[in-house]
Design a protein around this ligand. Structure first.
Ligand SMILES: NC(=O)C1=CN([C@@H]2O[C@H](COP(=O)(O)OP(=O)(O)OC[C@H]3O[C@@H](n4cnc5c(N)ncnc54)[C@H](O)[C@@H]3O)[C@@H](O)[C@H]2O)C=CC1
Ligand SMILES: N[C@@H](CC=O)C(=O)O
Ligand code: NA
Length: 428
């Protein structure tokens, strides 16, 4: 039997408590599988006395996570505090400098500082693991770095923020507004302490930056992501999209184009019969396309105590077994700097317009679309009693620049009663 693997855990919130619980409850199973014990030497959190519903007996307490990270009696520093900078980053750096392996669930820290932390780890012959950071319990980092290591990846996309997917599906099912369902999600404790991280798409974009780095061999480039949250998705659009056979999702897409790396996190339409279209509630889904494997779809819980702790444990188990791979699937020194590129791929678009109901209004809209080279695929005008006519158009595939020209020209027609809404329809 090998020596025990000794952990120092910083952060005893939802995820930290889950990890402690698994280590205590599954000690025999883990020892049988790994051929060695997993032990906890010390823990750290803001409050020592809080009742967390799990015993911490037998573990030393450290108020300072940096002290914890550098203790002689730990082999692995497990960072579960969160935050892009501050104690999480300081303690992670201190651990790596002190020769400790690191496991973290912190997507914010890695999306911004991942490359420099990976350099520190790899230059010291250490690993930095983060399965929990992307899509929680779904083993997507392992899938990309190991399971698909022989594939040229063409596209990675997915729904990676459960709170946004909950809000969008609940709006559709209840017919309530964004503001009403946001308040409901907040009341249920589904949103981050700073809800903007969820609804602004930032949390999901952190995750996309990490997946894109692995898939395309580039340094994580959060700043290069074209980012739009769900705050402007209206119940009118959710209803209209449903009527045309689509769902609106906060969808992350990363793919290589001739000009660089395209990374988008924005509300998109997907067919309601597709796996992404059928993803309801707080569940996550990641779709990966590789040249050899084709398309694979991973679906599962992206958050919560059990799923997230399950992912952290997978990293700890790998380290216990002696796994020593590079942080982003290839040595960090060989990663290219990402060149941010906008989408080169033509797409169909959904347009929702409110037209002044007068003769020739529709003809003017059709003319500006035609003049910009945008072709109409489907069109629907609803019966109405007031002076404005609600109109939906689904275009044939077009490039965004042509669509923007058409939208700009529409503004000068004098037949728009409100700003038109244009959303990309993603091919899935
Ligand atoms: N909760 C979830 O479902 C998921 C969380 N994550 C990530 O896991 C990490 C932890 O998240 P949660 O457990 O939800 O957070 P939490 O807010 O429930 O717990 C954070 C813990 O860190 C401790 N902490 C914070 N600052 C500290 C400091 N300066 N010194 C010592 N302790 C400090 C707090 O006292 C608390 O025990 C974050 O990076 C988060 O983004 C990732 C996937 C899902
Ligand atoms: N806020 C996140 C939780 C974990 O990453 C989400 O809603 O998915
Ligand atoms: Na994961």
């Amino acid at each position: 039997m090998s020596e025990p693997l000794r952990l120092g855990i910083a952060g005893l919130g939802t995820v930290g408590v889950g990890v402690v619980r698994i280590i205590r409850q599954q000690a025999a199973l883990l020892e049988a599988r790994l051929g060695r014990k997993i032990t906890i030497s010390a823990v750290s959190a803001r409050s020592k006395d809080r009742d967390r519903g799990v015993s911490l007996s037998g573990y030393d307490w450290e108020n300072d996570p940096i002290k914890l990270a550098t203790r002689d009696d730990i082999d692995v520093f497990v960072e579960l505090m969160g935050g892009e900078d501050g104690p999480a980053k300081d303690a992670t750096e201190a651990a790596l400098k002190a020769g400790k392996q690191v496991v973290t669930a912190n997507k914010a820290m890695l999306a911004i500082h991942g490359a420099e932390l990976a350099e520190l780890a790899e230059n010291n012959g250490l690993v930095l693991r983060y399965e929990a950071a992307v899509a929680g319990g779904i083993p997507v980092i392992k899938t990309l770095t190991e399971g698909l290591a022989g594939n040229q990846i063409s596209r990675v996309m997915g729904v990676m923020n459960g709170s946004c997917n909950f809000i969008l599906t609940r709006m559709e099912n209840s017919g309530k507004t964004y503001e009403e369902i946001f308040a409901e999600a907040d009341g249920l404790g589904y949103l981050e302490a700073d809800p903007q991280l969820d609804v602004g798409g930032i949390d999901a974009a952190h995750k996309l930056a990490l997946l894109a780095a692995i898939a395309f061999g580039t340094r994580p480039d959060f700043a290069g992501i074209q980012l739009e949250g769900i705050e402007r998705v209206s119940i009118d659009d959710i209803r209209a999209a449903a009527d045309m056979g689509y769902k609106i999702k906060l969808l992350g897409v990363a793919q290589k184009t001739g000009r660089g790396l395209e990374q988008r996190m924005q509300p998109c339409l997907v067919p309601d019969t597709s796996p992404l279209g059928q993803l309801d509630g707080g569940t996550n889904m990641v779709v990966i396309e590789g040249d050899a494997v084709g398309q694979i779809v991973l679906r599962g819980p992206g958050a919560g105590e059990g799923p997230t702790a399950s992912a952290v444990m997978s990293d700890i188990c790998d380290i216990a077994r002696g796994w020593r791979g590079p942080v982003f699937g290839q040595p960090v020194a060989s990663l290219q700097s990402a060149v941010a590129a906008t989408s080169q791929r033509p797409a169909a678009y959904y347009l929702r317009m409110t037209l002044v109901d007068k003769p020739g209004a529709m003809a003017k809209i059709a003319t500006v679309l035609g003049d910009a080279g945008v072709s109409i695929n489907r069109m629907r005008q609803y019966e109405h009693t007031d002076t404005n006519a609600p109109v939906l158009i689904v275009t044939h595939k077009t490039d965004r620049a042509s669509l923007d020209r058409a939208l700009c020209a529409m503004g000068t027609t004098g037949v728009l009663a409100a700003e038109p809404v244009a959303l990309r329809i993603e091919e899935v």
